[in-house]
Design a protein around this ligand. Sequence first.
Ligand code: P1T
Length: 381
Amino acid sequence: MKFGTKVIHAGVHPDPSTGAIMTPIYQTSTYVQDAPGKHKGFEYARSQNPTRKVLEENVAALENGRYGICFASGLAAMDAVVKTLKTGDEVLAVNDLYGGSYRLLRRVYEQFGIESRFVDMTKADELEAYITNKTKILWVETPTNPMLNVVDIAAIAKIAKARRIKLVVDNTFASPFLQTPLNLGADVVLHSATKYLGGHSDVVMGVLVTKSKALADKFYFIQNASGAVPGPQDCFLVLRGIKTLHLRVQRSCENAKAIANFLIKHPRVSKVYYPGFKDHPSHKVAKKQMRAFGGMVSFDFKSNSFATAKKVLRRTKLFSLAESLGGVESLIGHPASMTHASIPKEERMKVGLTDSLIRLSVGVEDVQDLIADLEQAMSKI
Ligand code: P1T
């Protein structure tokens, strides 16, 4: 099946009792058993839910994996991955990643003796030097949040395999329409389904996908044992959102390209971070591993001033000032004070995440209107 067919049909079947074409929302906490241990595969809704099961099968198919495991948020999904480690193990993570992911590794897991180090993974050939015999997970985001660096998944996967380390790729920014990391050698894919999968800014959810039965069993165990599961209504909403994933992401990518081209010509703009530009340091890798360059664009000002950024952040009308991304509506954000506020300033500055950096999540509106909105917001700065 091709991608546009999978989003609608993979794992989805008409309801056997009524023929309902849409997956029902099984709003139940438990299931009646015929006799102790004699049931229809569903015992208790933390452990199994039919709406969730359909979504898990659907996302697994989109990522070309075998197992999908849903969690109450993207961070709950990440938490489940880190919970497979033990004291003394170490995570080697990309040095530019979502602030909440950084916070989970640093502020939660370091107190249990699971240390993390953050390195520039765009230089795959230098990665080997950072690996120790404690390193158990390589944690990659690509494109990264918010600097839009692109990591060569196949190159990192080769190193991970040789050293018997698990490679986890947070595929939230790309979505499975643009890249499928399991095909490139990753062991686990993570999504904040809150973003492109859901696509309508109405759900918080996370998903893990893997081909490995051994890893899937660990994740199912943690899903049930820790209990950070999504509700059935949210599973329904993400299933519905996914049906148009390819159309939405395609349009966002086209719009983002036009906006990046507008911004790069703007007299007040110093830098535009967009992997679709030929002079982006990882453009070649992006071209090789992604179908298109994504719907996210970050940019900075020649003034390097927070005051300038603040003016723009206040003035846009169609771009709403908000955290999150990947919805049909365009959002504008200030990573330093919003999504990445939990990263110390010295760490942020090392990757170029300044106080004047603005991040755009480009939606599916008419791009002329989006450009006009940015033009008016940036006209008097
Ligand atoms: O918000 P949640 O569903 O828990 O997902 C966390 C998460 C994980 N990975 C990436 C790459 C993310 O961007 C996020 C959440 N990010 C935002 C809320 C944001 O605005 O960047």
